[in-house]
Design a binder for this molecule. Structure first.
Ligand code: PLP
Length: 259
């Protein structure tokens, strides 16, 4: 565990959601709740509310690099969380950034769709993440629809998708929140062959920002020095509680209560 008086700092490269349910605000809240500090670098701006996304704009690479330069020339980064990147060019920019942060745990949430179904990136963005980002990430956390895109298996089971994605990454957590069974099965696959399923009760709502909450909590837990198994277990149970206590602030999805 980190014993210094400074909270571990997690660099978040994600999009901004003006409704505050997902994106960087989700990262900041979830990381605060773990006792970490978020350094939020904006990769994209979105237009959305609790119902769905109507538009997004990816920032210029130079702006993202300038934000990161300012942060990493000053702060010590203990973990990285990657969320919405939005374009293949932004994936390449992030690859450049990560090369400057060796030996830091990196959680990659391959965001391609909003909870309401709207696009936050074309499938090509997912393929670029798979080819160039997953090999340098510590863990990827797709939900099953995202895993099917990464695996190019539109009807694939979690195991079939994992077989296709695992050659690109060390650890892979495929979450099961998008199904309709009574229980949710979240499956952690590791390149060394280890496998574990984490099962929880399915909650009845539809949630905005659950993937962001999980991935940033996991980045925080790894930044605090937890091993992968405990970090995943703790991140899943924190996220489940945030969903159980969620608010319904508008006409669409519930927002997790992270603090
Ligand atoms: N990142 C941003 C900026 C978003 O706007 C969204 C969803 O709208 C997401 C990520 C993904 O959200 P979720 O955690 O619901 O998958």
């Amino acid at each position: 565990m980190n014993t210094s008086s400074t909270r571990p700092i997690v660099l978040c490269l994600s999009g901004h959601d003006p409704s505050g349910g997902a994106g960087l605000q989700a990262d900041i809240e979830a990381l605060m709740a773990q006792g970490c500090h978020a350094a939020p670098t904006v990769t994209a701006l979105t237009v959305q509310n609790s119902i769905d996304v109507s538009d997004f704009r990816v920032l210029d690479a130079a702006w993202v690099l300038a934000q990161v330069d300012a942060v990493i020339s000053d702060l010590t980064i203990a973990g990285v969380k990657l969320g919405m990147l939005g374009s293949v060019e932004m994936v390449d920019t992030v690859v450049q950034i990560l090369k400057r942060l060796p030996n830091v745990p990196i959680v990659c949430d391959p965001v391609l769709r909003a909870g309401g179904g709207g696009s936050l990136g074309k499938d090509d963005v997912g393929y670029a993440m798979r080819e160039r980002l997953l090999p340098i990430a510590t863990i990827a956390t797709p939900n099953l629809p995202e895993a099917r895109i990464l695996a190019e298996l539109p009807q694939g089971t979690p195991d079939q998708c994992a077989e296709k994605i695992l050659p690109f990454c060390q650890h892979l957590l495929i979450t099961g929140g998008h199904g309709d069974e009574h229980e949710v099965h979240n499956r952690l696959y590791s390149r060394n062959g280890s496998f574990r399923t984490f099962t929880c009760e399915r909650l009845s709502g539809s949630y905005h920002g659950s993937g962001c909450t999980l991935a940033s909590t996991l980045a925080g837990r790894l930044a605090l020095g937890e091993d992968m198994m405990h970090a995943v277990e703790n991140a899943l149970s924190y996220t489940w509680r945030a969903l159980r206590d969620a608010d319904k602030p508008g006409a669409g999805q519930h927002f997790p209560r992270r603090l």
